[in-house]
Design a protein around this ligand. Structure first.
Ligand code: IPE
Ligand code: IPE
Ligand code: MG
Length: 239
């Protein structure tokens, strides 16, 4: 059966190409990140309008700590700038903020502003804007395994009771259920790899890649990719 009536509930995006965008203009990399922040606003509002329930944005990976200290510092400041600037608009649009990642290593000030954004928007009932920040899928899977191992050790879980559902409940996406698995993944900038993003959750997602660099990506681009997704046939192993 050709099932094209699937809906786009969860969209995940690997926002890539900020550095190259800046380099093309002979500007320092941070300028690309600054413009990328504006794109986040544009795309979040566009996704909200498209009726998407969860928008997950890969903002900082567990591997990004390996970048030059000044760049890392700037990336740790971006959430502060972002919420300072866009919080009123997120409220107006009923957007609920979620932060998904590991607390360790994130500077207190950055962490506090993210907690504040989550607290202030917790009663909003519109789209969930989910930032993957200090996120890494392998770390997430290892951490889930540790949590399950502890439950087995203290006797509250039997090894034979571990199944896909039980496992998924220990992942960082658990709170997004029933939309914990993205329907569509977009990566900008022409790179075609996952870079340690949502390895479990993307098992049956559709992928779209675009050459556009993240600061150049706009609502029109998003709509085109979504239209393409809507024409696809998702079979989930069936025929
Ligand atoms: C994406 O842009 C933003 C982050 C990874 C934080 P990049 O900074 O990776 O830009 P390129 O890939 O170097 O162009
Ligand atoms: C992936 O982009 C991480 C984010 C978008 C936050 P990178 O630019 O860090 O990935 P690689 O190094 O090209 O794989
Ligand atoms: Mg990159």
């Amino acid at each position: 059966m050709n099932n094209k009536s699937h809906s786009l509930n969860h969209l995940a995006i690997i926002m890539d190409g900020n550095g190259r965008w800046a380099k093309k203009r002979h500007l320092p990399r941070f300028v690309g990140h600054k413009h990328g922040m504006e794109t986040i606003r544009t795309i979040a509002l566009a996704a909200n309008e498209l009726g998407i329930k969860v928008l997950t944005l890969y903002a900082f990976s567990t591997e990004n700590w390996g970048r030059p200290v000044d760049e890392v510092k700037y990336l740790m400041r971006l959430p502060i700038d972002f919420f300072d600037k866009f919080m009123p608009e997120l409220m107006e649009n009923n957007v609920k903020v979620n932060i998904m990642g590991f607390r360790d290593e994130i500077p207190d000030k950055t962490y506090q502003i993210m907690e504040k954004a989550m607290a202030e928007t917790k009663d909003n009932t519109g789209m969930v804007l989910n930032f993957a920040f200090n996120y890494g899928a392998r770390k997430e899977i290892v951490s889930a395994s540790q949590k399950l191992a502890k439950k087995v050790k203290d006797g509250s879980l039997m090894p034979e009771d571990i199944n896909e559902k039980v496992f998924a409940e220990e992942l960082l996406t658990a709170s997004l259920a029933p939309y914990d698995n993205p329907d569509l993944l977009i990566r900008t900038s022409g790179e075609e790899r996952l870079s340690n993003f949502l390895l479990w959750q993307l098992a049956y997602s559709e992928f779209e890649f675009t050459e556009k660099l993240w600061p150049d990506f706009n609502a029109e681009d998003l709509k085109e990719l979504v239209a393409d997704f809507n024409n696809r046939d998702r079979r989930f192993g069936k025929i």
